[in-house]
Design a protein around this ligand. Structure first.
Ligand SMILES: [Zn+2]
Ligand SMILES: [Zn+2]
Length: 261
């Protein structure tokens, strides 16, 4: 039986629709062994309606810790999805050092002042080739920063279906090497299926590249409501098996362990 985990979940503490406790019964019913909350946390941007800032982290973590103590049927992990900004590694590092997590997910949502997943308008009038190059550069830097245990949706820039004019495989090769060299996991993010792109992140054509580099992997839903917990996971596990994966990464106290599946 697969040791099911889902480490990428949002509740009302950031932009999710439900309270953390609302996820527990559905997760147990779906046979999960562990779930983890990974609320958005964005430094350097003041207060945002979709993401916590540094001052909101401690009450959130205390809430999840208390929930985990009260729940016996499943392990509840404490995580964060932290926005990565190139050049701000030191500041992010000192923030992460001040809190206790089971894992830190690093995300690139921002390219410049705006996020790449907040509407097609962002792409209007922009050079898509340059944008892809820049996005992958940021994600590669996030992996190389050593700040994170998992990198989220590593090709989120695909969200609206824009494509670079040449084969993007070199982007993925460079990315996978960076993940490997800096010992960071990637995720299959099944929520891409619910977004305009209509498929998982990363692009399934390039999953074999992550396997060639033996990059550790997690399957995550990026759920913003309990009904999406573990959505499409069986398909994701099959996809991973088809390129040769036989184990998945689990986390506790910022240590990674590998579990066969
Ligand atoms: Zn994200
Ligand atoms: Zn997320």
């Amino acid at each position: 039986m697969i040791y099911r985990t889902d480490y990428h979940i949002h509740s009302k503490f950031s932009d999710g629709k439900s309270e953390p406790v609302d996820y527990v019964a559905p997760a147990v019913a779906a046979g999960f062994k562990e779930i983890g909350f990974s609320e958005h946390l964005t430094l350097f941007r003041g207060s945002l309606d979709w993401s916590m800032n540094a001052s909101q982290a401690k009450p959130y973590l205390a809430h999840i810790k208390a929930l985990s103590m009260n729940v016996k049927d499943i392990k509840i992990r404490t995580g964060l999805e932290v926005d990565f900004f190139p050049g701000k590694e030191k500041e992010i590092h000192s923030f992460l050092r001040s809190i206790n997590l089971d894992y830190a997910i690093g995300s690139v949502h921002y390219v410049g002042d705006l996020t790449v997943d907040n509407g097609r308008d962002f792409y209007k009038g922009k050079d898509i080739d340059k944008l892809f190059g820049l996005y992958f550069e940021h994600v590669t830097a996030a992996a190389a920063s050593g700040l994170f245990d998992i990198i989220a949706h590593c090709d989120l820039i695909r969200i609206y279906g824009f494509k670079p004019s040449s084969d993007p495989e070199p982007f993925y090769r460079k990315l996978a090497k960076s993940f490997k060299n800096h010992d960071v996991a990637f995720e299959i993010n099944t929520n891409g299926r619910n977004r305009p792109i209509g498929d998982f992140y990363p692009d399934r054509r390039f999953l074999r590249i992550f396997k060639e580099e033996d990059v550790p992997v997690c399957v995550n839903s990026d759920a913003h409501m309990p009904s999406r917990l573990g959505q499409y996971f069986d398909e994701a596990y099959e996809l991973l098996k088809s390129v040769g994966y036989s184990e998945m990464a689990v986390f506790e106290n910022r240590e990674r362990y590998m579990i066969p599946f």
